[in-house]
Design a protein around this ligand. Sequence first.
Ligand code: 5RP
Length: 224
Amino acid sequence: MTQDELKDAVAAAAIDEIRPWLERDTVLGVGTGSTANLFIDRLAALRDDFKGAVASSEASAERLRGHGIEVFELNSVGTVPFYIDGADEVNAHLHMIKGGGAALTREKIVAACAERFICIADASKKVERLGEFPLPVEVIPMARSYVARELVKLGADPVYREGVVTDNGNPIIDCFEFMIDDPVAMEARLNAIVGVVTNGLFAARGADVLLLGTEHGVERLTPA
Ligand SMILES: O=C(CO)[C@H](O)[C@H](O)COP(=O)(O)O
């Protein structure tokens, strides 16, 4: 199977996971990226079975609306029963690196408001130790150089993501050569650097369920 077929298989599995719980007033949290896009496309068939969605990016909001799914502001919704999103890396504890698509801040906010985070990913995303994928850090523009120097002190090789501005108007720094032994501690450490808006470690609030697309079918994993 191709990677895209594995992504579509987990998108379908996520639909099966949430379908029994959908009610006419349900507002879902929906993530960003190619796997989330496949989920959105499949969600279109159920659009009359739930109320709408909160999106973690302008791109996902536009895709949802394109399918006739109403998009709500998070502030008007409060909590969502499910947040469904992909990941760049995920470990056995269902800690993740996210933000490859630069949507990490809104993803983390919607995830924080979700009763359950369902991570959908193809098998290439499952790792023993997080960090092979460069960790994204969204920063306030004027703090970019300062934050980069602090990241060097922590052992990272920070690289400014040229030409990328987040939906919040901020730049991204990607941390290369930065293997992470304790994702919960490192997430908090990075958050403490002045000028950091969000870092792409989703560990304090990891996923509750991982639907992992493998050659042998979709595996349903919960945190080790
Ligand atoms: O965090 C993300 C976007 O900011 C995505 O979830 C992550 O990059 C995975 O993307 P894809 O499903 O395209 O592999």
